[in-house]
Design a protein around this ligand. Structure first.
Ligand SMILES: [Fe+2]
Ligand SMILES: [Fe+2]
Length: 285
């Protein structure tokens, strides 16, 4: 049977999970320079699950604040808008894709670990380069391979064939996807990102993370996520769907101007931060 073309995947987009309304409203608010901590607090307080989750997170040992934080406004003042949006988006995306019956639990967890490690790595690299919006890089890292999840759920027959090819030939998942489907997870991920009304920067990074030099005005950010993907693969955190290391895109690497000696320090920082964050995000109710 012929594999479904990308138009058919688009037609199935209606069945794709939607981001919780609260998270979308928070994203809008964070992008609005006129919004205040009180506006954000009101939205979060309306959603009891998110409110409880946020208070649990800010009071966790990860942040190590000496005093107990009992109000949402207090949490916002301490952590800042972007960090709050980030935490809530991360836990919401985790919820959307976990416990899907079609995917084995181990697979889900390993894939989640790869995504979270890449998020942490993108942020660590961003900090190293003094990039001003590292929280955006975190979200981009978290979602870079989201197209693979869509394939697992909606193209399960083809996904099996893709996995067989990956294992038989020891190739990258994207190479196998292109053979079986005629397109890869970056294109599929882009569809989901558009459906979620995510900002253009994020859509571009998802679409170009394997060839960051083609990402136009967001080539620098795509290069960061591309390197993040490679660094967390070299740390062996989680499982991205194949065992082959993607080639480092040379122009992208040069555009970052990272000294090769700095890589060791970056790897150490990624490992440590991943350990800290995965503990509480993955085990939050
Ligand atoms: Fe990828
Ligand atoms: Fe990846």
């Amino acid at each position: 049977m012929k594999p479904p073309d990308i138009d058919r995947v688009i037609s199935r987009v209606e069945d794709l999970p939607t981001l919780p309304r609260t998270v979308l409203r928070i994203t809008e608010l964070v992008n609005d320079p006129k919004s205040s901590a009180r506006d954000l607090s009101r939205i979060i307080t309306d959603d009891q699950v998110l409110a409880a989750r946020l208070l649990k997170l800010v009071n966790s040992s990860f942040y190590g604040f000496p005093q107990r934080i009992s109000t949402i406004t207090g949490a916002i003042v301490l952590l800042g808008f972007d960090a709050i949006r980030n935490l809530l988006l991360t836990t919401s995306v985790y919820d959307l894709f976990s416990n899907r019956k079609k995917i084995s639990l181990i697979r889900q967890e390993q894939f989640w670990d790869h995504s979270l490690a890449c998020a942490v790595a993108a942020k660590v690299i961003g900090n190293h380069l003094r990039y001003d919006k590292v929280e955006e890089l975190f979200v981009a890292g978290l979602l870079h391979d989201i197209g693979k999840i869509v394939e697992m759920i909606f193209l399960s027959r083809e996904f099996k064939e893709i996995n067989r090819l990956v294992n038989d030939k020891n190739i990258l998942m994207i190479t196998a996807e292109e053979k079986v489907l005629g397109y890869g997870h970056p294109q599929v991920g882009k569809l989901l990102a558009e459906r979620w009304n995510l900002p253009p920067k994020l859509i571009h990074i998802i679409l170009h993370h394997h060839q960051p030099s083609t990402a136009g005005r967001f080539a620098f950010e795509a290069a960061i996520v591309h390197l993040a993907d490679i660094l967390c693969r070299s740390l062996n955190i989680g499982y991205p769907g194949d065992n082959k290391m993607p080639d480092l895109d040379q122009p992208a690497w040069e555009s970052l101007r990272i000294r090769p000696q700095a890589i060791e320090l970056l790897l150490e920082a990624i490992y440590k931060e991943f350990d800290d964050i995965s503990l509480f995000i993955t085990h939050t109710p």
